[in-house]
Design a protein around this ligand. Structure first.
Ligand code: M6R
Length: 611
């Protein structure tokens, strides 16, 4: 969701910024723009892709070594050339890019209109630019102070970067709610919404926190609070590599990430799943293990795919650790006076670690005294930093908007937490723990066997690529996987798809089934097998087209289904780590057949930083 890149140094700013904006494309956007200082403020911007901006810059020029750039995901005002960022003030002295939402923009705009300001577009960002201009004019302050004063009047969230022709050797940035980091090089500083545009230049970064701003020059930076208190910030070292954010020969990031899963699950378990010692070591939550072990209940909060992982976690934690779990949509959590307090533990799950709704749930629960733990993928992300403790998924950068490897890594962490708590709560015998730990150690190899079946799944994808609807059914641990399969398909192929607990089919969705309806059933050999077979019969009786994801040993399901995709047998509770893989491949292939933009589906953003 919206991306910011900025540069001050000795290189051509537009080269660094456009390359950086391309790296941020995965976040989702509808327009792009750049402002470079060179005596004047040169703004180039427009609706559409960064390549269009690149052409515009090549044709009209934007030379200079100080600049800012932006990819916009529309919130206020339609996606068009005028509403694209950067926005200038009325005097055109400075240009500003902004991620987030200024909630009181309407009231501010009315005041500014009354004072004679004229606006070109409909965005909240342009209002902020004019507000800074107005304050500087009236209060006769220096520019940095005017920015501080304006930000104090703003309700909402922002990550901003500003270049000013009257301060040609600096960029001002500020953050509240929208991530921003600085990359520190030699005689150059980079600014970005996440590390991907920076990693090829430097691995030294500073994460800005909320209510902080920085004035950046070629020689360095000065960080202070919006209230002007100087701060000394820790410089972190990035562990990410440039290879991790490139496609590595795959046509799409999503396919690369699907194939990476045998490796990412192994990475997630490395040093944590101790098969020889029959134990799990999770360093990130060691300090809070007693409180977690003795918790009466656990509240899991997350959004989207991470919420689905949370639902799998509910089954795992209740079955293995006998710990009562409630799974909440993070977006709903704080709007209903949640009953959570100092005796409770909340676990939030987020790939990006920046999802605004999940972050709001973290803050709400912490304010009410709960212990809040996180499962995050992005190291150093806001949620990772604001939770009391947590476990990183170590899946590496996930660039495809549709989450794949993050989901399996999240479920891997949840499986490990369940076993660890099961042992500590003395509800899981050593023998059963050994069976589970061994089964987990075999998962990466089994995932690789499934990704090798890509061609086998292809003919099913081709056949159903133009189906208008899909139904996904699962029971128990595989009910959340049915939800996840449906979400994957709708996100990237734009086919309407619904996931249901299989037994719910007869309470409504069965009315939809006819000879045109593909029904994906997750029918592994477990305690739900008989019931799933009955559901398959019910669909068959109405001529529905059964695509079964089933275990190799399940001959009954294989014989009944019109199409069967098999996964290797594993422990029942771990089947979600395998059943989800063919669903990811199916969605991917269907989207490719439909010529959809797999990695950057329409209207979606990778990191949803607005509520
Ligand atoms: O970064 P997060 O895990 O917090 O993101 C949550 C959702 O926005 C995310 O899972 C979304 O649903 C994905 N597009 C799913 O593929």
């Amino acid at each position: 969701m919206c991306g910011i890149v900025g540069y001050i140094g000795f290189r051509e700013a537009s080269d660094v910024i456009i390359k950086g904006l391309k790296r941020l494309e995965y976040r989702g956007y509808d327009s792009a723009g750049i402002a470079v200082l060179n005596g004047d403020v040169k703004v180039r911007k427009g609706k559409g892709k960064v390549v269009n901006l690149e052409k515009m810059v090549a044709e009209s020029g934007a030379a200079g070594t100080v600049g800012i750039g932006h990819t916009r995901w529309a919130t206020h005002g339609e996606p068009n050339d005028v509403n694209a960022h950067p926005h200038t003030d009325g005097t055109k002295n400075f240009a500003l890019v902004h991620n987030g939402i200024i909630e009181n923009y309407d009231a501010l705009k009315k005041e500014l209109l009354a004072k004679g300001h004229v606006f070109e577009g409909q965005t909240d960002t342009e209002v902020l630019a004019h507000l800074i201009e107005e304050i500087q004019k009236v209060a006769k302050t220096d520019f940095e102070t005017a920015v501080q004063m304006a930000l104090k009047q703003v309700d909402g969230t922002y990550g901003i970067a500003i270049v000013n022709k009257n301060e040609p050797d600096q960029i001002i940035v500020a953050r509240k709610g929208s991530p921003l980091l600085l990359g520190i090089g030699d005689d150059e500083v980079f600014i970005a919404s996440d590390a991907s545009p920076i990693i090829e230049y430097t691995n030294k970064v500073i994460y800005l926190d909320d209510d902080e701003m920085a004035t950046i020059t070629r020689e360095g930076y000065q960080v202070k609070t919006i209230s002007n208190i100087e701060l000394s910030k820790e410089v972190h070292e990035l562990e990410m590599s440039i290879e991790q954010i490139e496609k590595g020969g795959f046509p799409h990031f999503m396919l690369k990430e699907i194939h990476e899963q045998s490796q990412t699950i192994a990475d997630c378990m490395r040093g944590r799943l101790m098969v020889d010692q029959n134990r799990i070591v999770l360093g990130g939550i060691e300090g809070v293990l007693d409180r977690l072990t003795n918790a009466k209940r656990l509240v899991i909060a997350a959004c989207g795919t991470s919420w689905h992982a949370g639902l799998v976690g509910e089954y795992l934690l209740e079955y293995i650790a006998k710990l009562p779990v409630e799974v909440e949509y993070a977006s709903e959590f704080r709007y209903r006076e949640p009953l959570i307090g100092p005796d409770d533990v909340m676990l939030v799950i987020s790939q990006s670690g920046e999802t605004a709704d999940t972050l709001a749930a973290v803050r709400e629960a912490r304010q009410r005294g709960a212990l809040v733990l996180g499962i995050c993928n992005v190291v150093g992300s806001t949620i990772a930093r604001e939770t009391d403790a947590g476990v990183y998924t170590h899946a590496g950068p996930e660039i495809g908007v549709a989450s794949t490897k993050a989901f399996t890594a999240q479920v891997t962490v949840l499986s490990m937490i369940s076993i660890l708590l099961g042992q500590r709560r003395k509800v899981l015998s050593e023998a059963d723990a050994a069976i589970l730990i061994k089964a987990m150690s075999e998962i990466p190899g089994k995932v690789a066997q499934i990704t090798e079946k890509q061609d086998e799944i292809d003919h099913i994808s081709r056949l159903f690529a133009y189906a208008p609807n899909f139904l996904y059914l699962g029971r128990s641990y595989n009910f959340p996987v049915a939800l996840e399969g449906a979400l994957k398909l709708k996100e990237i192929s734009y086919i309407h798809a619904e996931g249901y607990p299989a037994a719910e089919m007869k309470h409504g969705p069965i009315a939809l089934i006819d000879e045109h309806m593909p029904v994906v059933v997750l029918a592994v050999t477990d305690h739900t097998n008989e019931k799933m077979i009955s559901n398959i019969e019910e669909v068959r009786a109405r001529k529905g087209r059964i695509i079964a994801i089933t275990t190799e040993s399940n001959h009954d399901v294989r014989n009944l289904a019109e199409f069967a995709i098999t996964i290797p047998d594993t422990h029942d509770v771990l089947t979600p780590l395998l059943t989800v893989i063919p669903l990811q491949i199916l969605s991917y292939q269907i989207a490719v057949y439909r010529k959809a933009n797999v990695d950057q589906p329409r209207n979606l953003a990778k990191s949803v930083t607005v509520e």
